[in-house]
Design a protein. Structure first.
Length: 178
């Protein structure tokens, strides 16, 4: 599995270098997400990696799947190459690695925020603003709900964990009192 991750990172890095050199990072990110949404599921991957499927049939499946999308031809060529090399299963990891490179280039950090209740847009914007002040970076939030934390927030940014949940505070208080 580690080999697959390394291969996906190499493909993502190559695509990222092309995108950066042609000033098309945003277009590539959009294209890769579109492609992954249309062709990244197990059944399509299994079809495209079927050793009995001829190359022209692989190309037809890819072309037909992307007919109504606005994916650039060079991105479609990447798919042809992945299918020909039996590497379509790497597509989700390639997209993930590309997203990481993109975020680093653009100064974006992803913050996983867990709250006990749904955070409306206004609360999310406040959390984003505070985390942006702390990190000095643009923040992209991934919001999760977990009623077990009772209240407050648990935030993970990279390797950093900020646990300001009521459940943790109560557990800490219990240890100090007990």
């Amino acid at each position: 599995m580690a080999l697959r991750g390394a291969a996906a990172r190499r493909y993502a890095q190559a695509v990222f270098d092309i995108a950066k050199n042609t000033n098309t990072l945003d277009k590539w990110l959009n294209d890769l997400n579109t492609i992954n949404g249309l062709l990244g599921n197990q059944s399509v991957v299994a079809l495209l990696e079927d050793p009995n499927l001829k190359e022209e049939d692989q190309r037809r499946v890819i072309t037909d799947s992307l007919k109504t999308s606005n994916v650039q031809p060079v991105a479609i060529n990447l798919l042809y190459m992945l299918a020909q090399r039996q590497r379509m299963a790497l597509l989700p990891r390639i997209v993930e690695s590309f997203q990481e490179l993109y975020n680093k280039e653009k100064g974006i950090m992803v913050a996983d925020v867990t709250s006990a209740v749904h955070l409306d847009e206004a609360h999310q914007q406040r959390v984003k603003a505070e985390l942006s002040k702390i990190t000095g970076k643009t923040i992209e939030l991934r919001v999760h709900e977990d009623p077990k934390i009772l209240g407050g927030l648990i935030t993970r940014i990279g390797d950093e964990l900020i646990d300001a949940s009521v459940a943790t505070r109560l557990a800490s208080l219990g240890q100090r009192l007990g």
